[in-house]
Design a protein around this ligand. Structure first.
Ligand SMILES: [Zn+2]
Ligand SMILES: [Zn+2]
Ligand SMILES: [Zn+2]
Length: 381
């Protein structure tokens, strides 16, 4: 019987944290949960909730990992080995006391202050969980970080991270049918490699930067090409290469994205990924988004028809890029006869927030450097 059940599994209804708590409570060892003889009696601090001083000794009210809040306990500072959590707690506490216009560390905190500190700790946890989820979902090398030091806004409720375009109902995209026959697309391009087939130039220099003028098409190599993944004519298809941080802006513009690495001028940053929808559907959604004051719609040029990318609910990190001062230029890339938007750095950026300029109904004049250029064409697999 047991053998018959070998490949069966039942989803667990409780979280890993709760399981770990149960193990410790029952003194059970578990390799997967890292509970063993040496640490079964160690309890992990999840976050600190409150603070007080009594006869010169400092105490913290502790939320224990894997245990409900009803099991929180006051612990003397000397018993706690969680310097990082303590540092975060005091940073939050300083902010709270500043807002309350209080000086120095009080002997005990009022209810309101303790409540805010718990909210902040839980908020930080939600962001960490979201960050972990984003990094688990991404299929690109560039890591994603999340910070919000401005307010208690958590992960957006109606947004799902996707790596590739989702084709909406009523849309059929044909795959590219041609590839090149080069042995080395950079050094010995046969008949001009993939761009040559459409009488265009190679788009990238040997550092992967786009060297052709805005307006000229980009044709990347694809699954039908003779070359392999190491070909220099494959850039966008390798996905986001830079570590980026989603952060809450201080000027009320919602979330933004900043780079944590140096991005050189004319380097590909990310694709504008979303759901591909028909013109009619875009029109319908557009009215709704315009009323909300934000748009995630991006028109695509297609050979016979016009489609739109909607990144409002499904998208990659480009969903969070602010639409204003232009650091990124958007170039379109041709995949299965459809022009896709890709964001390029219009200048060298280092630890700066990225932004793109969108043309919307309420803001019809494009800025000169960050406009979607319905120009590029490249095929990729
Ligand atoms: Zn080639
Ligand atoms: Zn090729
Ligand atoms: Zn190639």
């Amino acid at each position: 019987m047991a053998e018959n059940l070998k490949d069966c599994c039942v989803p667990c209804k409780i979280t890993w944290d709760e399981l770990e708590g149960l193990c410790r409570l029952e003194k059970l060892y578990c390799q997967e949960l890292n509970v063993n003889r040496a640490n079964v009696n160690d309890y992990e601090v999840e976050f600190l909730c409150d603070y007080k001083r009594n006869k010169g000794e400092e105490f913290y009210f502790v939320k224990w990992k894997g245990f409900p809040e009803s099991d929180n306990t006051w612990e003397p500072k000397r018993n706690l080995k969680c310097p990082k959590l303590m540092k975060l707690f005091h940073l939050d506490l300083d902010q709270v006391l500043k807002r309350q216009k209080r000086r120095g560390l009080p002997k005990s905190l009022d209810r309101e202050a303790a409540l805010i500190l718990v909210q902040k700790a839980k908020h930080r946890q939600r962001l960490r969980q979201w960050e972990a989820h984003l990094n688990k979902t991404r299929n690109h090398p560039g890591r994603i970080f999340v910070t919000n030091d401005v307010d208690l806004d958590g992960p957006p409720k109606h947004f799902t991270y996707i790596n590739n375009y989702k084709v909406g109902p009523g849309i059929v995209l044909n795959e590219m049918a041609v590839g090149c026959e080069c042995k080395d697309c950079q050094k010995e391009p046969v008949k001009g490699c993939c761009p040559g087939a459409s009488l265009h130039r190679m788009a990238y220099n040997d550092k992967g930067q786009v060297r052709i003028r805005p307006g000229e098409p980009i044709y990347e190599c694809n699954s039908r090409c003779n070359c392999g993944p190491g070909c220099s004519n494959r850039v966008v298809q390798k996905g986001i290469q830079f570590d980026l941080c989603i952060f809450k802006t201080e000027n009320g513009r919602g979330w933004g994205v900043r780079t944590l690495q140096h991005i050189k001028k004319n380097t590909f940053v990310m694709e504008y990924v979303g759901e591909i929808i028909t013109t009619d559907e875009a029109e319908r959604r557009g009215h709704f988004y315009d009323c909300q004051g934000s748009t995630y719609l991006f028109d695509l040029d297609y050979v016979e028809d016009v489609y739109t990318v909607d990144a409002a609910h499904l998208g990659n990190i480009s969903h969070f890029v602010n639409h204003s001062v232009s650091v990124c230029r958007v170039r379109s890339l041709h995949i299965s006869r459809l022009f896709y938007p890709a964001l390029l750095a219009t200048r060298s950026v280092r630890h700066k927030s990225l932004a793109i300029h969108f043309v919307t109904k309420s803001n019809p004049v494009p800025s000169p450097s960050g406009v979607f250029q319905p120009v590029g064409a490249s095929h990729k697999n």
